[in-house]
Every structure is written in structure tokens, then in C-alpha cells.
Design a protein around this ligand. Sequence first.
Ligand code: NAP
Length: 291
Amino acid sequence: MIDPGLKFYVIGDPIEHSLSPVMQKFFLNKFKINGKYSAKCVKAEELEKVINSFIIQGVKGINVTTPHKMEVLKYVAELTQEAESIGSVNTIKVERGKLIGHNTDALGFQASLKILGYSFKNKNVIIFGAGGAARAVAVALIREQCLRIVIVNRNFEMAKKLVEDLSLLNSEIEYAALPTNCDEVERRIQSSQLLVNATTIGMGNLIDRSILLNVTCLHQDLFIYDLIYRPYKTRLIQQAESRYIRWTNGLDMLILQGIESLKFWIEQDLKLDRSSYTEIKNMLRRKVCLE
Ligand code: NAP
């Protein structure tokens, strides 16, 4: 009988935008791992049922993307220290029918800053979003020893809760929570060196929108990091370009969090050499840019 190999999934809603299946297939081939990685669109109300069916099918690992990264906390039996600190899960390992929740987004974000050659030590940052990804980015920036973190979110309660949780993690950093429609947001952008978009504004059915209505607050000392990678250049990135502001999209973070997920699932210290990194990045970039 042919060994069917290890089964992996990425779940989210929407999921069509995810490049994880193409990328993980590349990793599986590169590291000669017998396995299959698929994407499945999962609605919020189906989450528990789908996860249970994965356990029955013997699925080894699951990546979790928007909007389920916090909701899945309910269904995991155990959390790694990393997922516990971040307060959300983007990677689940199934071990003898038990779900172990982990998070590789903070590691991916931090590693991407290193690759891009940026440090935000003693700098001010402003993060749009208060969901799973925003949590991971904020934790990564705390580790980077930034000076101030401002969280801006449509649901203000979520922004305040995130700031509360971050203060418990590190009380030496200055924090502020702001609702999206407030004048102070622009002033905070003017005094920041890093702006991160960790919302879904700019992708899917929000592709024509940007978190910024007014670009006059953008300045030359600012670096814009949009976690979205599909489209390659979101409306926000187009705004940055129009003002000659430095920017990056979410491709580096995607690759770097993805390799960390695979390492966690198969418990091996996989190393992606420079040429493989360039190969997969170019492959993903081409795929997105040709759309
Ligand atoms: P999430 O937990 O579902 O959070 C979504 C965030 O977007 C929330 O802050 C939400 O605000 C905001 N949002 C959604 N629709 C909005 C709207 N119409 N108007 C204003 N705000 C809106 O998702 P996530 O997992 O954190 O992911 C966030 C983004 O990061 C996604 O685009 C995802 O693709 C990207 N991401 C990229 C990587 C990478 O490796 N490059 C990794 C992780 C995530 P409310 O709280 O007000 O609803």
C-alpha cells in the first residue's frame, strides 16, 4: 500500500488569497517530506466540527488564519508558551488526538525585520488592527525593545484589551489604544517610525480600501509594513509609494512564519538556505503579480 504521508491544512474565511499551500508544497519538496498541504474555507460556525473531523482523519498540522486565530483557543488542549504570550494561535499540531496550539507569527515578523535590515529599538510604532496578527506583531515589537506601541482598531474594546494584555507582558513600554475615527491617529502617525497594517483592509472584498484616508501625515522617517501579501501592493502601499515612503508587504513574514510552522509540526530544525529563500519568494511574488 502507498503511504499517504502527512496531512496538513490551512483554514480561514476567506482562504482563496492564501499562498500557504503553494509555499508549503515547496517546503515539503525541498525537505523531502512525504506530505500534502491543502486549504479549506471554514466558516465560524463550522470551526469545531471541521477541527474534530481533522483529528479523525489523522491530520498532523493545521495553520489558522483570519478570522479564527483567537476563536481556536477554545478548541486546543494545550498552548505553547509562545501562543500563551501572544494570546492567539496560527499553528496547531495534532499529537495522539490532542491539539497543541502554537503561534509562529511573532517569530516570522521579527525574522522578516532582520532580513529587511530594520530595527525599531527605542522607536515609536503604530499598529492598525487588534486581531491575532496585531497581537503577534505587538509581542514581536516588545521583544525588539520599541519605545511606544499605539493600537488603532475599529472595535475600540479590542484595542483596549490588547493594550491591557501587552502591559502585563511588559510594563516598561508606553501604550495607547485609539479608535479608528479619531484625530489623534494622524498625530500618532507623525510621531511614529513604523506603521503596521494588521487588518484585512486592502485584501479580499476590502481590496479598494486603505486604513488611511489622508496621506499628508505620512513622513520620510516612517516605514510602512503591510502584512497583506495579496495583492502585492495594497492601496496603503500605493499611498506610501506616492509619498516616497519605504514599505514592505507580508511576503517575507509569510515565508518565515510558514517554515516555523513546519518545524513545529515535524519537530525538526529545518534551515531554508538563502537560494531557496530567494527561489520561493520569487515564485510567490510572480504568482501574486501576474494576477
Ligand atoms: P483577524 O484576527 O480576523 O483580525 C482582523 C482585523 O482586521 C481586526 O483588527 C478587525 O477589526 C480588522 N477589520 C476587519 N474588517 C474591517 C473593516 N471592514 N473595517 C475596519 N477594520 C476591519 O485577522 P488576523 O489573523 O489578525 O489577520 C489580519 C491581517 O494580517 C490579514 O490581512 C492577514 O492576511 C494578515 N496576516 C499576514 C500574515 C503574513 O504572514 N504576512 C500573517 C498573519 C496575518 P475589528 O476588531 O474592528 O473587527
